[in-house]
Design a binder for this molecule. Structure first.
Ligand SMILES: Nc1nc2c(ncn2[C@@H]2O[C@H](COP(=O)(O)OP(=O)(O)O)[C@@H](O)[C@H]2O)c(=O)[nH]1
Ligand SMILES: [Mg+2]
Length: 348
């Protein structure tokens, strides 16, 4: 899973990137010249994985990972065409966007979160509209030349154009976001979006009255503070957090929110070799989930031996869970639940 960090220059993208990943990428109040994108992977924090690791003492514990990309720069209206292509190329693979909004004073400039938010949202919409219009033009020319094309694609693009023209993001239109015909376009406004309200150190959370874009959710963070904490070593950071009465890094909320927004869940595989978290879409069937591990397991699927994490943790061991009748055998159509600990039985 990959998440692109976007927002107006100076909103704190690189700061949030550092806070999330513990990196030390250079932040700047003057983001005139664009630098190479910052890319880093983080381990998805999950207490359940830690508990399983304590139970099984495996040689290796592997968490789910999320990749964050901080691309810098703006979008359509502020950038030359080639840099826009570059931004699109970098953002295209992203599964979701984190849209950072400045809520702190920067170099004497008072924050204007609502108008910044709206401005950047319009950038996303405008960028998509440009892509749609270019494509529709091409299709029309092709039709004139006698080529048929895909009528469904045309219909969907026309619908997208209507929405975008009306200033609406594509993300809340299910028909558009789920259409296989449009997947290749990777429309920015169709990606799930989390708004990060980047607060100053002294701001009280919960005081902003912001109307969010359609289909987006919001998380408040103190970017600079979280970045400093993320750059400390674990013990120091913990001591600081205790002092300030912060239960966990605020970035955890953002990561959890990303999971929820993307409709993702985790299941686990356990053993002496490895305890591992796997990321799948909610509702995935057992046989398909097996494919996340290996295509052979999916192909040769026989049964899934399943125990819910809570049952396993309560029983204390797999054996005890089995005795208590908590271990079930499920078939290929079973919808895997968040926290399932699974042993797949399969033929090779
Ligand atoms: N006071 C305060 N300053 C911040 C915060 N986040 C970023 N900044 C400052 O704002 C400027 C721009 O931040 P940066 O992360 O480089 O923004 P970017 O252009 O979106 O990548 C830098 O000078 C940061 O130190 C914050 O939460 N509080
Ligand atoms: Mg930056």
């Amino acid at each position: 899973m990959e998440i692109g960090i976007v927002g107006l220059p100076g909103c704190g993208k690189t700061t949030i990137f550092n806070a999330l990943t513990g990196s030390e990428a250079e932040t700047s109040a003057y983001s005139g010249s664009r630098k190479a994108p910052n890319i880093a992977q983080i381990r998805v924090p999950d207490e359940r994985l830690d508990i399983l690791a304590r139970m099984y003492r495996p040689r290796k514990t592997t968490p789910a990972v999320i990749q964050y990309v901080d691309i810098g720069g703006g979008l359509a209206s502020q950038e030359k065409k080639d840099s826009m292509d570059e931004i699109l190329r970098l953002l295209r693979p992203a599964d979701a966007l984190v849209h950072v909004v400045r809520c702190f004073e920067l170099a004497g400039q008072a924050p204007a979160p609502q108008s910044d938010l709206d401005e950047f949202e319009s950038e996303l919409i405008l960028t998509d509209l440009m892509i749609v219009e270019k494509r529709l033009e091409r299709l029309e020319k092709e039709v004139k030349k006698g080529k048929k094309g895909d009528p469904r694609e045309l219909e969907l693009l026309q619908k997208a154009q209507r929405l975008l023209d009306a200033g609406r993001a594509l993300r809340s239109d299910r028909e558009i976001t789920s259409a296989p015909e449009l997947k290749g376009y990777a429309f920015l406004s169709a990606k799930p979006c989390i708004v990060v309200l980047n607060l100053g150190e002294d701001d009280e959370p919960g005081n902003l009255d912001i109307s969010l874009p359609e289909g987006a959710s919001a998380v408040e963070l103190k970017g600079s503070l979280e970045m400093e904490l993320a750059q400390l070593d674990e013990e120091e950071a913990e001591a600081f957090r205790k002092d300030m009465g912060l239960p966990e890094p605020a970035t955890y909320r953002l990561i959890k929110e990303s999971y929820k927004l993307l409709g993702l869940i985790s299941f686990f595989t356990v053993g002496e070799d490895e305890v591992k978290a796997w990321t799948i879409k909610k509702g995935t069937r057992a046989q398909k989930a097996a494919g996340a591990i290996h295509s052979d397991i999916q192909k040769g699927f026989i049964r899934a031996e399943v125990v819910a994490f809570d049952d396993l943790a309560e029983a204390g061991s797999h054996q005890a869970a089995q005795k208590a009748g908590r271990v079930r055998l499920e078939g290929k159509e079973y919808a895997v639940q968040d926290g399932d600990v699974i042993n797949f039985r399969f033929n090779v």
